[in-house]
Design a binder for this molecule. Structure first.
Ligand code: 5GP
Ligand code: ZN
Length: 144
């Protein structure tokens, strides 16, 4: 299959080499680069993307996602070692409402330390009675 790039996509420009980011890993289908604005103080916030342009996890074929997550798996211990991180977040944003800024599907690998001031886990709520059961049923139905 040929490479599918999108003209106005900055990540596609990284793939073609038109713009040169700090590349940490690449293979036939995946590119991993350092984020230009890392979260937290540790070095190594990495973005792992399929080389082909897909906007979100919904558009991206399973094959490309598997290849990207295999690269994530490979990169995590290296990033952990180099950054001295105590933990790692892998996150993946889809859609503006979810904080997606670049519409080329990608995984963030974020090195973490205790008390580093990054908060993904705030403002959790207590579900109303039956909410989880009902939502689980609705999702299972949608999967059918
Ligand atoms: P999103 O919010 O879409 O999940 O994440 C996009 C990420 O791309 C952000 O963390 C942002 O800092 C990073 N980013 C945006 N523009 C550039 C760039 O020109 N170079 C690099 N290396 N990262 C970028
Ligand atoms: Zn793209």
């Amino acid at each position: 299959m040929g490479i599918i790039q999108k003209n106005d996509c900055i990540f596609c420009k990284f793939v073609t080499g038109e713009i040169k980011p700090a590349v940490v890993f690449k293979n036939e289908s995946v590119l991993a680069i350092l984020d230009i604005n890392p979260a937290g103080a540790l070095c190594g916030h990495t973005l792992v993307m399929p080389k082909k342009h897909f906007e979100t996890i919904e558009d991206c074929p399973e094959k490309e996602l598997k290849e990207a997550i295999a690269a994530v798996k490979k990169l995590v211990p290296a990033i952990k070692m180099v950054s001295g991180a105590e933990g790692i977040n892998v996150i993946q944003n889809n859609g503006q409402a979810a904080g997606q800024l670049v519409n080329h599907v990608h995984f963030h690998i974020i090195p973490r330390a205790r008390g580093d001031g990054i908060h993904f886990n705030e403002n959790r709520r207590k579900p109303r009675p039956m909410e989880l059961t009902e939502a689980a049923e609705a999702i299972k139905k949608a999967l059918e």
